[in-house]
Design a protein around this ligand. Sequence first.
Ligand code: HEM
Length: 479
Amino acid sequence: MSEETLEASAQFIRRSGGSPDRTSLEGEVCAAVAGFLTALEALVSQSGVNWRGNRPPHSPRKAHMPRIPRDRSLDSTLAVLLDPYGFISNRCRKYRTDLFETRLMLRRTICMTGPSASEVFYDQRNFVRRGAMPERIRRTLIGRGGVQGLDDAEHQHRKQMFMSLMTPERIGELAETVLHWMRAYSRNWAAMDRVKLGDELPEILTRAACAWSGIALEEREVETRTRQLTAMFSYAGSVGPKHWWSRLARKRTERWIGDLVVRVRAGELTAPESSAMHVISFHNDLQGRHLSPTVAAVEILNILRPIVAVSVYLQFLAHALHMHPPGIPSDTSAGARHREAFVQEVRRYYPFFPAVAAVVRESFEWKGYRFAKGRRVMLDLYGTNRDRRTWDAPGEFRPERFDGIQPRPFAFVPQGGGDHDLGHRCAGEWICIELMKAAMGFLTEEIAYDVPEQDLRIEMRRLPAVPRSGFVIQNVSRA
Ligand code: HEM
């Protein structure tokens, strides 16, 4: 599709009020679940769930081997669209199983939930990521050639590049930059009738993400770059004009960042040595070559885009502070512990990524079930964070469950499970936690505000779900 057509789509969205802007943060959509959304176009029909043990063709099964329970509907894509967060865990609970097989986008897929499933999913001897991601998602959310689709030595080498950016000092600098912009924006909020955090936060985070990554943004660029970075995760899984706008946003941001990479390499621009722009521009792959400008841009966008997506968690944080006001202890160290526990509970309780996907590397058995080579497997992140075997009263918001307790790497998986350095667990998890803690301090100690009447329900059919109102505050003043 030509850029003109993409631009026409973008204009159509703006004119039709479904503006591809920061008001509708539909989500930093995980590749696999966004694949569910794209499948809407390919959906043939949906019949009821019919649970039967059914032997897959061409997969010899030993006589004693139990069958993976199978959803016999032609395709479950529509069911996922209607209930993206509950699809896997509800069926597993109903049929008392940790796994079942179905078709999503007409492709046979094993769905799994729970801490044991998470442990086997993140054992890289069992799975690869290459080929797990639908093409449409690569063209919007992720891009081509990025770390998410790499395996083995290539993946570990690239992942180290990301992890080298995640030092406590650098993360502290990012949190300070975000706070700087929150304070600056809040001076305007005092004069505004209603402040929709869902509109304000993406711009704050775009400014901070670019500055932290060594990218100088001109003032006139801020709005456009915010819209583009937001569109990549908001509309990646959408169909129609929104999807095309998301593609256009990726094309334009890759071109923007790719040009900067070329200029940094040529010495026409400088970026601090510890910044993402510098580190990624001069990173060598395992063959000792720089990444192509496009792949370098994809990886720099793997920093910028998710930092802007933290705005979704910050809306949830504000929502939780309102719905479950914390009694912050005045003692500093108890206060810090309490803040951390509150933030962890926000990440456990609220929905963000429903699931992640991988492909079976070589056939193997787990709990007696056969996983055939090449089969796609989806791990239920949301359901695992609410699994009754791990969490007491999982549907209740209880920060104290994290008080002084280190979460288990396969049971608490809002940003993936396992090991950050060796596996595919989110590289930006500590950034996320620190930005949420900083924002919590800001919202509870630096400003005072009222929360007016509004629709505070969480829109669970969107990816990720967001408060319907975008979380509005008013009467903002310095505390
Ligand atoms: C907004 C909140 C965030 C959420 C909910 C989130 C969630 C996730 C999830 C579920 C994965 C995939 C895990 C897997 O494939 O098993 C992931 C991967 C990743 N995330 Fe995040 N993330 C967030 C923020 C960030 C931030 C702030 C950064 C960087 C600044 C980041 C960088 C990455 C990278 C580079 C990967 C790929 C890791 C790999 O494949 O090895 N994310 N994230």
